[in-house]
Design a protein around this ligand. Structure first.
Ligand code: URP
Ligand code: ZN
Ligand code: ZN
Ligand code: ZN
Length: 467
């Protein structure tokens, strides 16, 4: 028996269009759209009719950068796949691409199997994986080909964290050469970690142990330098490059220059860099630890360059880098030594709302909101048009969004498994009302109606964003 839903009367917003249309969902997919009030829309018949008058009907968000249960600094990110994907759904995100981790001395396969085991049967929404490559050797390079074939088509490397995830330039070049051959996309954590470690040691020796020093030693120039180096290595290898969590205006300038030269170089930023700053890192009583992530938050002056980059398409994607650690017991590991604070911030639930606030504030248009949060991440990571748009044949991952509702972000009301909000007390206009994942209601008029295990692993094609 087929199950059908029709969503009537909303403003359907995609990356390319805004139309008042009724949306017919059948068997988990978008079956048809027709302008509201027309005979074609009137002919849509369904068991379930949802009134979206006065609301937006948008594609479910695609968050291309999350770390559920990620091991870091002797602890684990506090959201499991179960809690983290449920929180994502509450925030209007219906697909995540999480990072499986290869540990040094182990294979990519082992890392990927471990992440499948964590996720399978636990997710409220669909998920895919990138692979963190920490140990580039002949076996790893061969495994990259196999992973691309089975839908893990992107690989993160780190120019930071020597001794943990770090790759040197030769290892990076080899992985990029492999990606140039097998169609993989290299995602780069671009910070000069060797230089940063020297500055960390010197800061601690001077007694500079507070969270704000995390921002001072991880200099914008060292993000820009690494970004430049990654771009040139990718150019030498003939591979595309995606730079993750861009925060420094000097790094945006490097990406802009490369793109002006016609290179397939892409950049992602995150809400924390758009809305927060070193002022937060400087909050007293160790509260600054809540905002420790890498790349670090920057002085407020950097934000204009990020917004401009998002408008000019020198930055293409906003994802969260969701990597939550509780203040109590986890962030506290770094009291007296900022370098021991686990790096990462919560945000998977807040991204769609914060970017809608950016629409309200005039930073981006409504369609650009959908482009940077849904359509482009889907294209970038080989999920389009199954994910990231509302069109016949696409998965019915659909959000009914109330653009007029007012809310105050708070740890009291969020659903992420973390004891603070990075945006505590922030007022935003707009709120998720109802969320469908492949036609199933996961959130229904602000009640959770989903279930762990509804979300399935979603293999990906190679990058669909190359020029
Ligand atoms: O501080 C961060 N970003 N933690 C997560 C790991 C990473 O580098 O993305
Ligand atoms: Zn092993
Ligand atoms: Zn990173
Ligand atoms: Zn990350």
């Amino acid at each position: 028996m087929s199950s059908r839903t029709v969503i009537r009367g909303g403003l359907v917003v995609t990356a390319s269009d805004e139309i008042h249309a009724d949306v017919l969902i059948e068997d988990g997919r978008i079956a048809a759209l027709a302008a509201t009030g027309t005979p074609a829309a009137g002919a849509f018949a369904a068991e379930r009719v949802v009134d979206a008058t006065g609301k937006y009907v948008i594609p479910g968000g695609v968050d291309g950068h999350t770390h559920m249960e990620m091991p870091f600094g002797g602890t684990f990110a506090s959201d499991t796949f179960e809690t983290g994907t449920r929180a994502a759904a509450w925030g209007g995100t219906t697909t995540i691409v999480d990072f499986a981790v290869q540990s040094v001395g182990h294979s990519l396969r082992e890392g990927l199997d471990a992440w499948h085991a964590k996720a399978e049967g636990n997710c409220a929404i669909d998920y895919g994986f990138h692979m963190i490559v920490s140990d580039v050797n002949q076996e790893t390079l061969k495994e990259m080909d196999l992973l691309v074939e089975e839908g893990v088509t992107s690989f993160k490397q780190f120019m930071a964290y020597p001794g943990v995830f770090y790759s040197d330039d030769g290892q990076i070049l080899r992985a990029m050469q492999r990606a140039a051959e097998n169609g993989g996309l290299i995602m780069m954590h671009a910070e000069n970690g060797i230089a940063i470690d020297v500055l960390v040691e010197q800061a601690l020796a001077r007694g500079e142990t507070d969270p704000r020093h995390h921002g001072e030693v991880r200099k914008a120039l060292l993000e820009a330098e690494a970004t430049h180096r990654a771009i040139r290595l990718a150019q030498v290898a003939g591979a595309p490059l995606y730079v993750v969590h861009v925060s420094a205006r000097e790094a945006v300038a490097e990406l802009t220059r490369a793109r002006d030269d016609g290179l397939n170089v892409f950049g992602e930023t995150c809400p924390q860099y758009l809305f927060l700053s070193t002022d937060n890192l400087a909050e007293p009583d160790f509260e600054g630890a809540k905002y420790v992530c890498s790349t670090p938050l920057r002085p407020r002056e950097h934000q204009a360059a990020l917004w401009k980059g998002l408008r000019s398409n020198d930055l293409q994607v906003v994802s969260t880098d969701h990597c939550p650690f509780c203040f109590t017991g986890q962030k506290e590991l770094g009291r007296g030594d900022f370098s021991k604070i686990p790096n990462g911030m919560p945000g998977v639930e807040n991204r769609m709302d914060l970017l809608h606030q950016a629409v309200v504030d005039g930073h981006i248009t409504r369609r650009r909101w959908i482009e940077i949060a849904c359509a482009t991440p889907a294209r970038m990571f080989g999920l389009y048009p199954k994910k990231g748009t509302i069109a016949p044949g696409a998965d019915a991952d659909v959000v009914i969004y109330d653009p007029h509702a007012e809310q105050v972000i708070s740890a009291e009301t969020h659903h992420m498994n973390v004891d603070y909000s990075a945006y505590e007390g922030k007022r935003v206009t707009g709120r998720v009302e109802t969320v469908f994942s492949r036609g199933e209601p996961v959130i229904t008029e602000r009640e959770y109606t989903g279930r762990a295990g509804h979300g399935v692993y979603t293999p990906r094609s190679t990058c669909q964003y190359l020029t």
